[in-house]
Design a binder for this molecule. Structure first.
Ligand code: PLP
Length: 374
């Protein structure tokens, strides 16, 4: 589906506007320094699913706490999946969402893996369109800011027997966010985790499920104790192949030869990596910047050797929340090393600008990635 397709689903979602929506003054005060995920907008979307009636009662309503039975299955067996995507204020003042169709598709792949019901794509997109259009004034205009959208689904059936639930809630909430300060791109220091793994073949590594994050928190804490910002995950079997960084995918920049420019390599999707929308976008975008791309694999030793002999000049992580974050330093039990000179590299910054220019509507969108809303 492209951004210009008709919206046959208009009216799918019943609207009950929030009578206590915050004033323009209150909103401005909250948006002056929103941080990440602290300040929510005035509304949310709720859609209910039951085995007997399927998806029904789609409602846009006031942001409010949920009433959950203590036996709600999500609280016991963790059937919970989520997505993360952003709406950007465009250079011309309108608002557009970056590749929501991709998030809708991934949401359903996650649902399948967790034995949860799939949400029709038109309903997912209608929820995004309606919430962003209703809370349009919450889409920041400041440089580097955006409206972060968090769709998620939980098992609400009240019974503690062990099986897939028969009742679920889909919810969509939104937060204005400031992930970075304009002009500043601070490289991160990473810890290579060999005590803990994120995902194994046959597990849930490809699904965006809450449990993957619960299982990662101790490793992230260990990384912090080692003075690192983020954990880098290695493969579960050999603890040798580099997979991803925290909740972001990794790219390695091999320096160019006399014959050609730099080459980008990102670990291939083996089943244990989360297939990022930003990862996919960079694979599509890079060739237009004269950068060759490949999906491959890299061991810890190759990473270290490449940095030592200068063939790997830059490494960066990418994801919706932080867009692109350069990796400056690596720490592990086998030793520490620096990537390039430890600062953000030229290719990293060029890709970052190209993606941000597209997302903020400062350049044409030849891919049809931006979905106008409002
Ligand atoms: C969400 C996520 C990513 C990044 O995905 P994007 O769609 O690019 O935001 C990467 N790794 C993990 C583990 C994730 O959960």
């Amino acid at each position: 589906m492209t951004a210009t397709d008709a919206r046959p689903t208009a009216g799918l979602i019943h609207k009950q506007l929030n009578p206590a929506a915050r004033s323009a003054t209150e909103r401005a005060a909250l948006m002056a320094d929103p941080g990440f995920g602290r300040v929510h907008t005035d509304h949310m979307v709720v859609i209910r699913w039951t085995a007997s009636d399927g998806w029904h009662d789609a409602t846009l309503t006031a942001y409010q706490p949920l009433a959950l039975d203590p036996a709600a299955m999500v609280l016991h067996y963790g059937q919970a999946i989520f997505e993360g995507l952003k709406a950007y204020r465009q250079a011309n003042g309108t608002v557009a969402v970056f590749r929501p169709e991709e998030n809708a598709a991934r949401f359903n792949r996650s649902a399948q893996r967790l034995a949860m019901p799939e949400l029709p794509t038109d309903l997912f997109l209608a929820a995004v369109d309606d919430l962003v259009a209703t809370d349009l004034d919450w889409v920041p205009t400041a440089e580097g800011q955006s409206l972060y959208l968090r769709p998620f689904m939980i098992a609400t059936e009240a019974q503690v027997g062990m099986r897939p639930a028969q009742e679920y809630l889909f919810l969509l909430i939104a937060f204005p966010v400031t992930p970075f300060f304009p002009g500043e791109v601070k490289p991160v220091t990473v810890w290579l985790s060999d005590d803990y793994v994120r995902a194994a073949i046959g597990g849930t590594g490809e699904a965006k499920c809450a449990g993957n994050y619960a299982g990662s928190l101790l490793a992230q804490r260990q990384a912090a104790e080692k003075g690192c910002d983020q954990v880098v995950w290695l493969d579960a079997v050999e603890r040798r192949w580099v997979e991803e960084m925290g909740g972001m995918n990794l790219f390695f920049v091999r320096s160019g030869s006399a014959a050609g420019g730099a080459r980008l390599m990102t670990p291939a999707l083996t089943g244990t990596l989360l297939p990022g929308v930003v990862r996919d976008s960079l694979l599509a975008l890079a060739p237009s910047l004269g950068l060759a791309v490949e999906e491959g694999r890299i061991s810890v030793q190759e990473w270290r050797d490449g940095c030592a002999d200068g063939t790997i000049g830059e490494v960066f992580a990418c994801g919706t929340a932080a867009v692109i974050a350069p990796v400056g330093h690596v720490r592990s039990r086998q030793g520490d090393w620096v990537v390039g000179d430890g600062s953000a590299g030229e290719v990293t910054l060029r890709l970052r600008s190209a993606l941000l220019d597209l997302q903020y509507g400062r350049v044409a969108d030849p891919y049809g990635w931006m979905r106008p809303v409002g």
